[in-house]
Write a new protein. Sequence first.
Length: 119
Amino acid sequence: MSTFSIFLILIIVVCLLLVLVIMVQNPKGGGLSSSFGGGGTQIAGGVKKTGDFLDKSTWTLAGLLIVLILASNIALKGNFGTSDSKLLQGDDIETIVPETLPEEVAPVETEQVTPTDSL
C-alpha cells in the first residue's frame, strides 16, 4: 500500500470522526452537553467539561485534517517525482515512419446524375 493510500484512509477516518463530533454538538446549548446535567446546573465533569471536550476535539480534528491533506499532497508528489510530460522531452519520442509508401489507389469511378427538369 502506498503512502498516499495510507493518508487517504486516515483522512476518511478523521472526516467521519469530525462529522460525529459536530453532530453531537448543539449550538443552542443542547445536544450531549445538556443531557449530562440539564440546563444550567454544574456538576463535576458535567456540562462545562463535556462542552469543552467537544470544542477541543472539533478543533483538534480539523487541524489534523488540514495536516493530513497537506501531507498527502507531499506524498502524492513524491510518488510521481518531478518528471515532466514525455511530449516536452524530444529525446524519448519515437518517430514512426512507414517503411513503404502505399501504392497509388486508382480513383473510384462514380456515375454523375444530372437533374432532370420534369414538371
